[in-house]
Write a protein that binds this ligand. Structure first.
Ligand code: G3I
Length: 393
């Protein structure tokens, strides 16, 4: 694959840590006394967002650290037009204790994004797993909280968090992971469901719309490409919409595994959402190359063995990178086929070294993204660019 070079200059007023690579150059300008030297980082590879050419948004999830790291910020600004905060807008960070709101990180994130013309996706107002809802939500002193109290707290949380950034965010992941994993159950069995049934999802969307009327409101979940879960997703969209919930889009988390991308299921989901007139975002895209499926099989009996499995500690073998590239290319070709439905594609983290898949479900060196640990574009990057530049048949 041929890489055509173009120039884009990103200037930072910070010293450049780390190394130089063939696709980027740093030029230092002499500093005046007492002023830090300016480092200009020039990346020479093509730009993802330019290759997308506004057919959908090109996003990435990052933490605030990226913004103060010149080489990482250069990748961010060259390739992406949309950012999602990886953690700092979640309930456990914004309201760890009832009434104690913490916005330092989220404010810094929003301010950086605005200064750099990046659209922002809020993530997430409600993550419907027990471990992702602060315990105080369901307690009333020593007694369990009533449905009314929980709903009141939900309204306060959403109106405070979404209200703070009113007009500044393009989209919100309103509710995350509410559907049950098993095919038999509809909603995940949690305090939310036990107290309120579907009502907590409907109300979350209503509160979010009221707090930030112009934001695109998303229901976000994983593995909706499985037939059983897709059925439940369709049921959820139809049911909450019929009851007045202002849902605009669904988010497919898209945490795929190498060699196992469910292309047919993804296409079935895209078709179903096109019929329902609901937009789709690929909200958390990556491709695990030290795959995790076996971790969960046979009641977890392979976990001890897998916990020592780390096959690519330094470099990922070229044949794996090439195959990963082909799989990413096929995925983007499918996305382009549904560009009328797809609103955004967001990678979950900027480069391989930052991926959550290095730690979960066990520690290993993973290589799931388009940029390697040294910020070099991988074969998958070239494959995605080539796919984006190929005219759709
Ligand atoms: O900030 C603390 C630090 O103070 C502490 O020393 C350290 C010790 O473990 O933990 C740090 O917090 C970690 C946090 O990430 C920030 O690094 C948490 O333990 C860790 O659980 C948390 O993981 C995040 C996870 O969501 C849970 O919130 C991952 O970074 C993040 O990538 C992941 O993202 C989720 C999406 O929000 C929803 N979809 C699934 C996706 C992957 O799990």
């Amino acid at each position: 694959m041929k890489r055509v070079h173009s120039l884009m200059r990103v200037t930072f007023f910070l010293a450049l840590p780390g190394m130089m690579h063939s696709h980027l150059m740093a030029e230092e300008t002499p500093a005046s006394p007492g002023v830090a030297p300016q480092t200009e980082i020039v990346r020479t590879e093509k730009s993802l967002k330019e290759a997308v050419a506004k057919r959908f948004k090109m996003g990435v999830s990052v933490n605030n650290g990226v913004m103060t790291h010149p080489a990482e910020a250069a990748v961010l600004l060259r390739h992406f037009d949309t950012v999602t905060p990886e953690n700092c807008m979640k309930m456990n960070v914004t309201q760890p204790t009832e009434g104690v709101f913490r916005f330092e990180e989220a404010d810094a994130f929003v301010s950086y994004a605005q200064k750099n013309n990046l659209e922002i996706v809020g993530h997430t107002l409600l993550w419907a797993r027990p471990e992702n809802t602060p315990e105080w939500f369901f307690k009333d002193g020593d007694a369990p909280a009533s449905a009314e109290l929980v709903l009141k707290r939900l309204e306060t949380h959403i109106s405070t968090v979404a209200g703070r950034y009113k007009g500044k965010l393009a989209m919100w992941d309103v509710v995350n992971e509410a559907l049950a994993d098993s095919d038999e159950e509809y909603l995940r069995d949690t305090e939310w469901t036990r107290l309120l049934g579907e009502e907590y999802i409907i109300k979350s969307f209503e509160y979010a719309r009221k707090a930030d009327p112009d934001a695109l409101l998303i229901y976000n979940d994983y593995r909706c490409d499985r037939p059983g879960k897709l059925k439940k997703l369709i049921r959820l969209v139809q049911s909450i919409r019929a009851k007045g919930a202002p849902i605009d889009a669904i988010g497919l988390q898209a945490h795929y595994e190498y060699g196992m991308i469910p292309f047919e299921g993804i296409e079935a989901t895209l078709q179903a959402m096109r019929e329902l007139k609901v937009k789709v975002v690929f909200s958390e895209l990556d491709m695990d190359v030290v795959t995790r499926q076996r971790w969960y099989e046979d009641d977890g009996k392979h976990q001890e063995e897998l916990s020592k499995f780390d096959p690519y500690p330094s470099e990922c073998p070229p044949e794996v990178l090439e195959s990963q590239a082909a799989q990413y290319a096929r995925l983007f070709a499918l996305i382009l086929k549904y560009e009328d439905v797809v609103e955004r594609v967001t990678f979950w983290n900027l480069h391989d070294g930052q991926s959550w898949l290095n730690d979960w479900p066990w520690k290993r060196h993973n290589h799931p993204l388009l940029f390697d640990r040294n910020l070099r574009p991988k074969p998958a990057f070239d494959a995605v660019i080539e796919t984006l530049e190929t005219p759709v048949q």
